[in-house]
Write a protein that binds this ligand. Structure first.
Ligand SMILES: *Cc1c(COP(=O)(O)O)cnc(C)c1O
Length: 401
């Protein structure tokens, strides 16, 4: 049991410095060394016979070890939960959580904002296992009651959506679902908030899932996922599923996750500040038709973000009038600071054109193609100059046609 110390007199920044550490157990070292081990030796037959089969014991590297236990304790502290299970990736945390609580004949509701690979799994393996998957309008709020069936087992949220940034009314959805059927497991992909800007478990969500590959790792060099549970019975069920599936995180990535976590609040304040600065600047640009950032009043769910979140990360998107692919290439191919690539949450800025239209099914995408930005830890003025030069290249390409 890793229950977080919500009643600690210390501020969150302070608690996250201590979370999961145990210098006295590791020769005084500040950090838990990566525990690279498959075999764990039992000194005697008596010890083997007496070994504790509890899910949190150390008996074989894959099923839990000092690295995973430390990371899970720290993430439980961050998300103010009961206990956590670590995974090799965010997607593995999501797929294992969906599998752990469903069986043939069940019905699962997923927000239309969900990360595309989450939908890929739900439409693929989960559907083939006989689970009915249905997507819902992220703005549904308490109206979710109308979609519940006697067979509904999971309601899965992602707020804000990591591509389109609509914010959901999580408290209203949780209240409505729990009142209708207390057995339904409420899950959220909390990667955008990094567990820091929004605390879903304090709003009645049962399982908060993160790709720690993103902000927790924070340096674009680890693949790591985690699911934090509010209840012991849910944790037991999920941990048992992880053991059955053979799902586990590598010791080196757990080490990097723990190391990244120490500076998460500081990095996040900078992502917040620079992200909003760049978003507001983009709003003034003639080329930009709309900025989709939850901190801006034009973003669907902005009021909910103001009510429920303590800040923003560096990930948002903007829209432009449709331009030929070659003109777009002239803009994005020549960036000095923005790299083009998937993922986000590292120290560096990224730019990624993407179109949500083919992904959405419950509520057709009313906007245009998006250019998603991750605002990293560079100087914000340098980033705006880079985008400014990009717009110049775009305009020159449009004029040259
Ligand atoms: C990246 C991402 C994931 C998957 O994480 P991996 O660690 O890459 O598997 C899940 N959800 C969201 C919102 C993401 O951005």
């Amino acid at each position: 049991m890793n229950t977080s110390d919500k009643n600690s007199p210390f501020a969150e920044d302070t608690r996250l410095i201590h979370a999961g550490r145990a210098p006295e157990k590791f020769g005084g070292a500040v950090n838990i060394p990566p525990f690279r081990a498959s075999t764990v030796l039992f000194p005697t037959l008596a010890a083997l016979d007496a070994y504790d089969p509890a899910l949190r014991s150390v008996r074989y590297g894959r099923t839990g070890n000092p690295s995973s236990h430390a990371f899970e304790a720290a993430m439980t502290e961050l998300e103010e939960g009961h206990d956590a299970v670590s995974f090799a990736s965010g997607l593995q945390a999501i797929t294992s959580s969906l599998l752990a609580f469903t069986r043939q004949g069940d019905h699962v509701l997923i927000a239309d904002t969900a990360y595309a690979p989450t939908r890929g799994f739900a439409n693929g393996i989960l559907s083939r296992a006989g689970v009915t998957v249905e997507y819902f309008d992220p703005a549904i709020g308490a109206g979710i009651t109308g979609l519940l069936r006697p067979t509904t087992r999971i309601v899965f949220l992602e707020s804000p959506g990591s591509l389109t940034f609509e914010v959901q009314d999580v408290p209203a959805i949780v209240t409505a679902v729990s009142a209708a059927n207390a057995d339904i497991v409420l899950m959220i992909d909390n990667t955008w908030a990094a567990g820091l800007l929004f605390k879903p478990l304090n709003h009645g969500v049962h399982v908060s899932i993160q790709s720690a590959t993103k902000y927790v790792g924070g340096h674009s060099d680890a693949s790591l996922g985690v699911a934090i549970c509010a209840r012991q019975d849910h944790w037991m069920r999920l941990k048992k599923a992880a053991v059955e599936l053979g799902a586990c995180a590598s010791a080196d990535d757990l080490f990097l996750g723990l190391r990244g976590l120490r500076s998460l609040p500081v990095r996040m304040r900078r992502h917040h500040e620079s992200g909003i600065k760049v978003a507001r600047w983009l709003e003034t640009r003639a080329e930009v038709t709309r900025v989709r950032h939850p901190a801006l009043s034009t973003c669907p769910g902005h009021d909910l973000w103001t009510r429920d979140f303590t800040g923003a990360c560096g990930l948002f998107a903007f829209e432009m009038a449709a331009v030929p692919r070659a003109a777009l290439a002239a803009m994005v191919d020549g960036m000095a600071h923005f790299g083009m690539g998937y993922s986000w949450g590292g120290f560096e800025s990224l730019i990624l054109p993407s179109n949500p239209a083919p992904i959405r099914t419950a509520k057709p995408w009313a906007g245009g193609e998006l250019i998603r930005l991750h605002i990293g830890l560079e100087d914000a003025d340098d980033l705006m100059s880079d985008l400014d030069a990009g717009f110049d290249r775009l305009n020159a390409a449009l004029e040259a046609r």
